[in-house]
Design a protein around this ligand. Sequence first.
Ligand SMILES: Cc1ncc(COP(=O)(O)O)c(C=O)c1O
Length: 414
Amino acid sequence: MSNQTAWKTRYEKAMLGIFGEPQLVLTEGHGVWVEDEDGKSYMDLLGGIAVNALGHAHPKIAEAVAEQAAKVMHVSNFFTTPVAIELGEKIRKITALPGQEPSDSAKVFLANSGTEANEAALKIVKSWGNQHGKSRVLALEHGFHGRSLGALSITHKPNYRKPFEPLIPNVQWIEAGNTAALEDAFLQGDVAGIFVEPIQGEAGVLPLSAQYLQKVRQLCDAHGALMVVDEVQTGIGRTGAWMGHHFAQVTPDVITLAKALGGGMPIGATVTMTEDASGVLHPGDHGTTFGGNPVAAAAALAVLNEIDSHALVNHAKQLGATWMKNIIDLENDHIRQVRGRGLLIGIELDADYAGQVVKQALEAGFIVNAANPRTVRLAPPLIISQDEADSFTDALPDIIEKALKNTNQNLEAN
Ligand SMILES: Cc1ncc(COP(=O)(O)O)c(C=O)c1O
């Protein structure tokens, strides 16, 4: 029995099976590479789903975590630490529009995950609504904001929601990118706030246009509603800007962050950007034991400083654009569309066999995932080099060919 198989048997016995069988048991990594229990190496083009911004085992993160753990690892929220404050200051800077100083209104709440960051944002919207006599929350079709009951209430996928209904009431779904539907929803009145992702990652890497985001801002201003932008997957430089919505030159009322913020350490943040949003919650309205944890904060500071000092935001922009062009230039008949921004890329196939592509990619030594049945998602570490990206582009036609062959064989067998 391989080491992998032995570990998988133990996994099945010990762990609640909500993620299905793990594809691999990974033991260590370096840069964009990870190694499994049997010693096989893979190029990680998923980066823990947009988390490992600096790749695996980055020495600056490891050092920051070790140093902080040896100083103070946790204090309750009756207290704070220099590192949590420094992180708050840094987050204010990266969330401000490029070239602008953070507004005095911008304030940071540190949480532990994307779901929790959105949970706090939803409480801000609900409370804002209660204070102003508004009860409806708008969310976009195919949007994903997390799995806790609040975040799930604004997450669209019926399979995720059904077993847990009834969820929070008065959520209205609108078609992403459809300006007329957006205007209509606001005209019905009573809107407390709206949640959008600049690129719907879990839905299959579906970008919103700058015009759409600007329209959301305008309508929120006109109707006294809060605009929440979920940057959990798109934030921290991934799209070639610090924030995925920056290209639209709008300032939301609330921004939520997680994933790449800690480079692998669990941390999230809810950033209130405007006076309206920053004034909603008062002491006692919300809380968390671990939010602001100094070790997680030290990791996040190391990530943000490293991204700054190596100009990785610009690297993501340049490399992402070249990479997308190179995949398009393959002129592969089975690739319908390549979309995204920076290093969040969706490769849409001509039919529903993205799952097979993921399998064949793994065989070939690349970790990618299927964001939907026909879209392969790339969200690699921001440190990935052109050569590393090219090696996947070169291998892609063969991976697709093998995936198709397997899909057809499976169809025949059935
Ligand atoms: C856009 C978006 N929001 C929220 C979440 C939930 O974040 P977490 O899994 O850290 O709770 C995710 C996770 O995939 C996400 O992509």
